[in-house]
Ligand binder design. Structure first.
Ligand code: ZN
Length: 305
């Protein structure tokens, strides 16, 4: 994950000394931890500021707690690869890789789309904003598809659509439950209508999966918006989200202007959507795998006559 250093710009006076103090063995920032008024601190990317509680966090602590703030439980974004590592047992296999966008519209906004793709590939080491894997989750053989927000905002173009559709087909043909972890700003504008077609393609594949009575669990993480919410992310047999995740179709400003009303507090956050019946559960990241395993036991149990 790329973190910039802007948290050094104080917005309201001095930082309080962190409660437990960052106590690295050879902590280069010991002076900072002790509340010394050093103007410049060399951190070398060891620290991040939590957007939830604005506390500085030692990056190693954050990683040890699955990228969840130990102080306020803010769930940071997780890369696709880290997500698969979190949910599957070691020895899983990555599949359906190697697809690359052809830039069907030869699209340019402020930069050529081809250039954005190149940059995103360098940044993430992935071909597009998705990774498929097959492996075990506890005792269950599953097909897992995880989106990568770091690749052009996790947007869904033809490659993401096709890769998810392949995961769905794989689940249907092998009769293994499907889990898709969404993290997306929605359809990929640079592929225009081609990106919108992916919604129908995946929804059709999911209908076939449903006919074959293979379970599908959708996990919505921060953020899940636009055409991804409007298609596969809300079509699970179970739709579960991580705490605090932003989930919606249009942005709040667009909705306010359309309905000419002020939106309620917490609108489009996971907890609000759970309360209103849009989600089945909100599950903390540390409990997610155990929750999914139990849910799969339930979903795979034979129907009682
Ligand atoms: Zn926090």
């Amino acid at each position: 994950m790329g973190f910039d250093m802007t948290w050094f710009k104080r917005e309201d006076g001095e930082y309080p000394a962190p409660e437990n103090g960052p106590q690295g063995e050879n902590g280069p920032d010991a002076g900072f931890a002790a509340g010394a008024s050093a103007k410049t601190v060399r951190t070398e990317g060891l620290w991040v500021k939590c957007p939830g509680c604005r506390q500085p966090l030692y990056k190693a602590d954050l990683e040890a707690s699955l990228m969840v703030c130990p102080k306020c439980q803010q769930h940071f974004k997780l890369s696709a690869r880290a997500r698969i590592d979190l949910l599957l047992e070691p020895g899983y296999e990555l599949v359906d890789a190697g697809l690359r966008s052809t830039d069907p519209l030869n699209f340019t906004d402020v930069k050529p789309y081809k250039q954005r793709l190149r940059k995103a590939r360098e940044l993430t080491g992935l071909d597009d904003a998705i990774l498929n894997a097959i492996g075990r989750m506890g005792p269950h053989e599953v097909v897992l598809s995880a989106m990568e927000y770091g690749f052009i905002g996790g947007s869904m173009g033809a490659v993401v659509g096709e890769t998810i559709a392949r995961a769905v087909d794989r689940a249907r043909l092998t009769h293994k439950p499907l889990i898709v972890v969404a993290a997306s700003g929605g359809a990929r504008m640079m592929e225009g209508v081609v990106s919108l077609m992916q919604m129908a393609k995946i929804a059709t594949a999911l209908a076939q999966l449903d006919d074959a009575r293979v379970p599908y669990i959708s996990v919505l993480t921060d953020p899940t918006t636009g055409g991804v919410t409007a298609s596969f992310a809300m079509l699970g047999d179970l739709n579960i989200a991580e705490p605090g995740a932003l989930i919606g179709f249009a942005g709040p400003r667009v909705i306010e202007q359309t309905i000419r009303q002020k939106l309620p507090e917490g609108f489009q956050r996971a907890e609000f959507l759970l309360e209103k019946g849009f989600l089945d559960a909100v599950v903390h990241r540390r409990d997610l795998k155990a929750y999914l395993i139990r849910a799969l036991e339930f979903l795979k149990a034979p129907a009682v006559a």
